[in-house]
Write a protein that binds this ligand. Structure first.
Ligand code: NAP
Length: 310
């Protein structure tokens, strides 16, 4: 008989609210010293999901008192125009953070754009200079999503030292930087990707599984052992009723969402796998809000670092 679990939901929304409140107090203190953290967001085109992400980020700025400005650029903006715009923001002393919402349209060379951001204003932590600092264990702030995950572990006093962490996905935004942060915490890290053989076998040996691949319910319940800690980074929109029924069941709240909106969200981990875990992050409401909370903290840190280097 499998052991009955009582998995703890790692509520990212709640923790993000707590961190936002602390950030608000911090911004108030800074404002008294005439330091106003200032974030410039660049959104290219009309991708509806990107608009929602940007809205959520700017709402969090409003809650904390961070000054922000969203720059909407047309879908057909050229590489040169975008580079020039970033240079302008780089040169403005009052701008502490520059965030270019990804993905970018195909005519834009994403790497060149990220490289153009002044590393001291790169609050997403994606510039190669900041990635290098992270590799050396000398980062001034953490990339947003992995940093948010680390804060979840810290909040719940989940020890990482000596733990066997298996990450699925090796993107520059999630998998790679997360592996470095976990190593900094003395975890033993395995990274899987699309060419990795026997992923279920590797997952079964994990104390902690972090899934960031962008494939709905990829991690099946039989891939993991009882009491594994699950960090589900994936955000996948499902718009096929049969799939909703298969993954969540006909009575699940997700089915209701699907009926109202024509789609619902699903993580990279099958919901039945959560029931075998000791802790898990839900989708939505797990890692997502923590990504934004980390962006807020990074912007505040960037403002302080820039003030100190004047
Ligand atoms: P990405 O850049 O597309 O990278 C996906 C990674 O998954 C790649 O390394 C890829 O391997 C690997 N992969 C794909 N299919 C696989 C398979 N069948 N088996 C094993 N590995 C596989 O994605 P990302 O930007 O990291 O995002 C991943 C997911 O996280 C998405 O659902 C995204 O929406 C979500 N996300 C959420 C947040 C948040 O704040 N909640 C933030 C960022 C991303 P290869 O390298 O071999 O191609």
């Amino acid at each position: 008989m499998p052991q009955k679990n009582n998995p703890v939901k790692l509520d990212g929304t709640l923790l993000a609210e707590k961190l936002t409140e602390a950030a608000k107090n911090e911004v108030e203190k800074l404002r008294k010293k005439n330091i106003v953290p200032h974030l410039e967001v660049i959104l290219v085109g009309n991708d509806p999901a990107s608009r929602i992400y940007v809205n959520n980020k700017t709402k969090a700025c409003d809650k904390t008192g961070i000054f922000h400005n969203t720059n909407l650029l047309p879908e057909n903006v050229s590489n040169e125009e975008l580079l020039k715009f970033i240079q302008e923001l780089n040169s403005k002393k009052e701008v502490n953070g520059i965030l270019v919402q990804l993905p970018l349209p195909p005519q834009i060379k994403k790497d060149k754009i990220i490289d153009a951001i002044d590393p001291i204003k790169d609050v997403d932590g994606l510039h190669p200079y900041n990635m290098g600092l992270l590799m050396a264990g000398r980062q001034q702030w953490n990339p947003c999503t992995p940093g948010g995950i680390l804060s979840i572990f810290k909040e719940h006093s989940i020890p990482l030292e000596g733990k066997n962490c298996v990450i699925i996905g090796r993107s520059d935004i999630v998998g790679k930087p997360l592996s470095l942060l976990l190593m900094q915490q003395n975890a033993t890290v395995t990274i899987c990707h699309s060419k990795t053989k026997n992923i279920p076998e590797l997952l079964k040996k994990a104390d902690i599984v972090c899934a960031a691949i962008g494939k709905a319910a990829f991690v099946k319940p039989d891939f993991i052992e009882q009491n594994t800690i699950i960090i589900d980074v994936g955000v996948n929109r499902i718009s096929e009723e049969k799939l909703v029924d298969e993954i969540f069941g006909k009575e699940a709240p997700q089915k209701e969402t699907f009926q109202k909106r024509g789609s619902c969200l699903c993580g990279d981990v099958h919901p039945q796998a959560y029931t075998k875990s000791s802790y898990y992050t839900p989708v939505p409401g797990g890692v997502g809000p923590m990504t934004i909370a980390t962006l807020i903290n990074n912007t505040i840190t960037a403002a302080k670092v820039q003030k100190n280097s004047q």
